[in-house]
Write a protein of this length. Structure first.
Length: 675
């Protein structure tokens, strides 16, 4: 149990958190939400002992094992898998002791180290680390690669894997999905649902929070309020709370007005003086419920394009990939550049589209398919974009989603086939390297003026103000901006060109929840066409009308929604394992097949019985959890004995762990029965 008692925290002169009284029970998975700058990361720093409370107390259990994701990764020569294994510090120390003892020839110390490694489950540690790396998108051949050989986004994944490797009772994750693609996010959700300790996670991905968390902690104006449920449940509860607060305020204001009217009318009359005094005392005792202050949500829009051709862009029999001169792709969130194009030419804001031809092949030379130095990622791509289409690209990590977007943009030349773009299409391109491409020392005004040197300064300032770069903010250097502010500026520079086609490759990295909602609203109202790669399922579901799957070197329409895609991923992984087993299995005789069929029928019967038992037990657990959560939500519960409160929290954690295990078993049985 973690307890904050009258806890307060400052950063400089600014009071971030004030008089926080909060108890976090063991086993809770807590989503920490609130606007940027409200103190979420500072709260994590306090839990890690990096900052001290300015008032009050923070009580942590003795000998609590805490794991968190490191913000920096040194350029080490160590293999990636050994770096991840190092997250288990006790195991790493035991392995060092073993090596030192062997170097000294001390057989007794070697035996002692062996025993310690066995106690720490060290002999399967490499396999566990390998599974973590695989789940986070690392190909098997990269597990032995030196840490320093990875780029920044992949190092961030290594740090996440290292934190997950560490044995812990408390796990702190600050924006863990920022550098992950959708497949890795889905894998991480499954891993965290099985985690048996207490989890605190900061995330701007509402679907991720709904999938993982059991409680939500909302930080707002220095206060902290706990809600039961994930992010969607929090939104519903907070909306109702604000509605009730406003009703109470309006009722109180009406009573105040009534009392004040009586006092003003009769306080000078001797016959009514006593009643007037009574009402004055009553007026003083009113609680003073605050009115709900509407938080003005940030909103922006992509202005209507000047021209929206019916047939915008198409790839005909294209092989897409990289030549020896092209850089290899980086992971989601690794890089982010602003590009705007009309047809094949870069849009400078002055209409530089004279080189594009109506539905003409790209002017860049095509290279022979599979030619010398070429790495073909996608083959025979036939992809056509019409006006108004909104396509989401789905596919496992490294299968070519970004490669396809770059080929659509014309950034990568087709290795075979043709790319055709209408002469009037104007492309707004948000790539994975956009944010880092903003020039250091330049201001938002400088960046926009470069695109439109002839535009009046006031028009530029008005436009930037609409993107929340008002007043002096338009003239502040971008290196002082947060990642979210940089991404917002990058989107503003794209919007200035009034594109008719948006190609967006992971645009939500660094964006907070408010900005993601604003982006979803703007894209929903966008009049042009859209191709989107994102790990944010809420955004994909809000703005995309259809999905295409990029996998196994092919690009093809996907008939289903995001839940269907998640099932496809699980089946794909299971299918690969079954194929490996089938290749290794010896040929069966007819008698063997009959015996196997009979055994399979018996297994199916047992599985169906087990499914029914699991469903009954889960229903019973849900009923007990609902009763427990009602008790824990009741303030009176916290006035009772601490031991009783602790038992409630422990029982809740036990039930949740049992439910997670049963649901995982149910899903495995159900998929096997369906197959």
């Amino acid at each position: 149990m973690i307890a904050f008692r009258h806890f307060a925290l400052r950063r400089g002169a600014r009071l971030l958190l004030s008089d926080i009284d909060l108890v976090i029970q063991a086993g809770w998975r807590l989503g920490v939400v609130g606007r940027n700058g409200c103190g979420k990361s500072s709260l994590f720093a306090a839990l890690q002992g990096q900052v001290e409370a300015d008032a009050g107390e923070l009580d942590l259990p003795a000998k609590l094992r805490l794991a968190a994701v490191a913000q920096e990764t040194p350029a080490l020569p160590d293999p990636a898998i050994e770096y991840v294994m190092g997250g288990d510090e006790a195991l790493a120390a035991a392995i060092r002791d073993e090596a030192d003892a062997q170097a000294r020839g001390d057989t007794e110390a070697v035996a002692k180290a062996h025993h310690r490694i066995e106690e720490l489950h060290g002999y399967d540690a490499r396999a566990r680390a390998g599974r973590l790396l695989h789940g986070l998108g690392f190909a098997p051949e990269t597990h032995e690669r030196a840490v320093r050989a990875f780029s920044g986004g992949w190092r961030a994944r290594l740090n996440l894997a290292r934190a997950l490797m560490a044995p812990s009772e408390l796990l702190l994750l600050d924006e863990p999905t920022n550098h992950l693609d959708l497949d890795a996010v889905l894998w991480l959700e499954e891993w965290l649902r099985r985690y048996q300790g207490t989890l605190l996670v900061i995330s701007h991905d509402r679907d991720f929070l709904d999938a993982v968390t059991t409680h939500t902690l909302h930080l707002h104006e220095g206060r902290a309020r706990l809600y039961v449920g994930g992010y969607s449940a929090f939104e519903r509860q907070r909306a109702e709370q604000l509605r009730q607060q406003q009703i109470a305020h309006e009722r109180e204001q009406a009573e105040r007005a009534h009392l004040q009217s009586f006092i003003d009318r009769f306080k000078a009359k001797a016959s009514k003086a006593k009643q007037a005094q009574s009402r004055m005392k009553r007026l003083e005792k009113l609680a003073g419920t605050e009115a709900v202050r509407a938080e003005r949500p940030f909103r922006f829009q992509f202005d209507a394009p000047e021209k929206v051709p019916d047939s915008m862009l198409q790839l005909e029999g294209v092989s897409a990939g990289y030549t020896h001169a092209e850089p290899l792709p980086l992971p989601a969130g690794e890089r982010a550049g602003v590009r705007g194009r009309s047809g094949d030419e870069v849009s400078s804001g002055r209409g530089s589209d004279e080189a594009a031809r109506e539905l003409a092949p790209s002017s860049r030379p095509s290279l022979p398919q599979g030619g010398e130095g070429a790495k073909v990622v996608l083959r025979d791509v036939r992809f056509r974009l019409e006006a108004g289409e909104r396509i989401g690209l789905l596919g496992p990590n490294g299968e070519g989603k970004s490669t396809l977007v770059k080929t659509l943009m014309g950034e990568l030349p087709a290795l075979a086939g043709e790319r055709k773009a209408h002469k009037d299409v104007r492309i707004g391109y948000f790539a994975q390297h956009t944010v880092e491409s903003l020039r250091a020392g330049a201001t938002p005004f400088d960046h926009l003026q470069e695109k439109a040197p002839d535009a009046p300064a006031q028009a530029l300032r008005d436009f930037l103000g609409g993107w929340n770069f008002a007043g002096d903010r338009a003239f502040e250097p971008v290196e002082g901006f947060s990642g979210g502010e940089r991404a917002r500026l990058a989107l503003a520079l794209i919007a200035w060109d009034k594109p008719s086609l948006l190609l967006l490759d992971e645009p939500t990295n660094h964006l907070d929840l408010d900005m993601r909602e604003a982006l979803a609203d703007a894209l929903a109202d966008f009049d042009g066409a859209l191709v989107l790669v994102a790990h944010d399922r809420h955004l994909l579901g809000m703005v995309c009308d259809s999905f295409w799957r990029v996998a196994d070197g092919r690009v093809e329409p996907f008939d289903g929604d995001l839940d269907d895609y998640a099932r496809w991923l699980r089946a794909r992984g299971g299918g690969a394992r079954k194929a490996d087993e089938a290749r290794a299995a010896p040929a069966e005789s007819a008698a063997d097949r009959r015996r196997a069929a009979a055994a399979q029928r018996e297994n199916e019967k047992a599985s169906r019985q087990r499914v029914r038992k699991i469903e009954a037990r889960v229903a019973a657990i849900d009923a007990e959890l609902a009763a427990l959560e009602a008790k824990l939500a009741d303030p009176a519960t916290y006035d009772g004995p601490t031991a009783a409160l602790l038992q409630l929290g422990q029982r809740q954690a036990e039930l949740r762990r049992e439910k997670d295990a049963l649901e995982a078993e149910w899903l495995e049985l159900y998929e096997a029965l369906e197959a």
